[in-house]
Design a binder for this molecule. Structure first.
Ligand SMILES: *[C@@H]1O[C@H](CO)[C@@H](O)[C@H](O)[C@H]1NC(C)=O
Ligand SMILES: *[C@@H]1O[C@H](CO)[C@@H](O)[C@H](O)[C@H]1NC(C)=O
Length: 371
């Protein structure tokens, strides 16, 4: 029996020896020799804000799976908002009272751990610097996560005409590309790249599937002018997520339409058609495509199509992943409801509370709030 099984394996062993398997970079051998800037990466919008038991299925969350699971499934750009909470830097959605995903350094540690077990992958990090952390404050978080050595240091403070290839980044051990919106350049933390020197974006505040657009919205120096942005070597970031608007004018991710929003084709506002439109508008494929609930669509199919990747390897299958759907506003707006109760009982909410609530709800309380 044993002899038989060994013999049966022989042809396999022989063919492996004859054609050595090439190593994949970012899930495909075809991407290793490509420049970092010419590839399209799938981005998880607000990566740390996960709709699962940890957030009581918060409607304010943007993803169903946590950051390591996103990376396992092929996401190569992770993004988050950095807020100041007391003396700490946290990842919070709009306000730490709405959704607090913990310390920035803890999240960076998770990413470092993932990079350690995936040595042929280049990951892009995009931080929205909501409370204007300085470069040295951010640097302290990166140091606490022992991830500074992984970070690529740009040669110039503006977008270069060519970036290293994935293989070059992998060989150099600099597999983390870090963009911050915004941060002043710092000799102490040269790896923190100011997003607006390297990247341009289309509008992100979209509430109707007919309103996705490839116009250039940010930064202001290239607003409305894709050809000058591309001529300046800036990398296109395509926001492609849809908001719903609830009472108090608060926007939250629309997940009921997500299978169309993230689809490779078919249906108003699908990702595949939008990506083709932006590719035509920019004269090059988008470098980053940022989506909510990335595993729906599935969004990665559009990215593979743009990259010409036919047989991706080493990705986890997300088809059976959880897609919990929060059914009530009370999950999301728990904090808000508490705030309204507080105001009704005569307490004076702070200006910060007012701002994140959208500033619209005073009328609902009979104009009883004056701030
Ligand atoms: C869609 O865009 C049009 C034209 O810019 C605008 O008038 C309309 O208000 C937008 N619709 C939504 C739902 O944002
Ligand atoms: C999500 O968007 C779709 C398409 O516009 C719309 O029909 C649906 O009502 C939206 N869902 C919510 C909860 O707003």
């Amino acid at each position: 029996m044993l002899g038989f099984s060994l013999l049966a394996l022989l042809p396999l062993v022989a063919s492996t020896a004859l054609s050595p398997r090439s190593t994949a970079c970012n899930n495909s051998p075809d991407l290793c020799s490509k420049s970092y800037g010419e590839i399209t990466y799938l981005g998880a919008h607000d990566s740390p804000f996960v709709r699962d038991a940890s957030t009581s299925d918060s409607t304010a969350a943007n993803q169903y799976m946590d950051t390591p699971s996103q990376l396992d499934a092929g996401v190569r750009m992770v993004t988050g908002q950095v807020h100041k909470k007391g003396s700490e830097w946290h990842l919070c959605h709009s306000d730490c009272r709405l959704l607090d995903a913990g310390k920035l350094s803890s999240w960076l540690s998770e990413i470092k751990k993932w990079l350690d077990s995936n040595k042929n992958d280049v990951v892009t990090l995009l931080l929205v610097n909501s409370d204007d952390a300085t470069a040295s404050e951010l640097d302290a978080e990166f140091k606490a996560a022992y991830i500074v050595d992984y970070a690529y240091k740009p040669k110039t403070q503006t977008a270069p005409s060519s970036w290293p290839t994935l293989q070059e980044l992998i060989n150099a051990g600099t597999r983390l590309m870090t963009f911050v919106a915004s941060v002043d350049s710092s000799a102490q933390a040269p790896y923190l790249m100011d997003e607006w020197n390297y990247i341009f974006e289309n509008p992100y505040d979209v509430t109707s599937p007919s309103n996705f657009s490839c116009t250039v919205d940010r930064p202001s120096k290239v607003k409305g002018n894709p050809s000058s942005a591309v001529a300046a070597n800036m990398l296109p970031l395509m926001n492609h997520f849809l908001y719903s608007t609830s009472f108090f004018d608060i926007q939250y991710p629309n997940d009921s339409y997500i299978s169309t929003t993230n689809a490779p084709s078919g249906g108003l506002g699908n990702l595949g058609d939008a990506a083709t439109e932006c590719k035509n508008a920019y004269g090059r494929q988008p470098a980053f495509i940022l989506v909510d609930f990335f595993n729906k669509g599935p969004a990665i199919e559009t990215v593979d199509n743009l990259n010409g990747v036919k047989n991706p390897v080493g990705r986890s299958d997300t088809s059976s992943s959880q897609t919990s759907s929060a059914s009530t506003y009370s999950n999301v707006f728990k904090g808000l409801v508490e705030l309204v109760d507080k105001a009704k009982s005569g307490a004076d909410p702070s200006m910060g509370e007012w701002v994140w609530a959208g500033g619209e709800w005073g009328g609902l309380l009979g104009g009883g709030i004056t701030l």
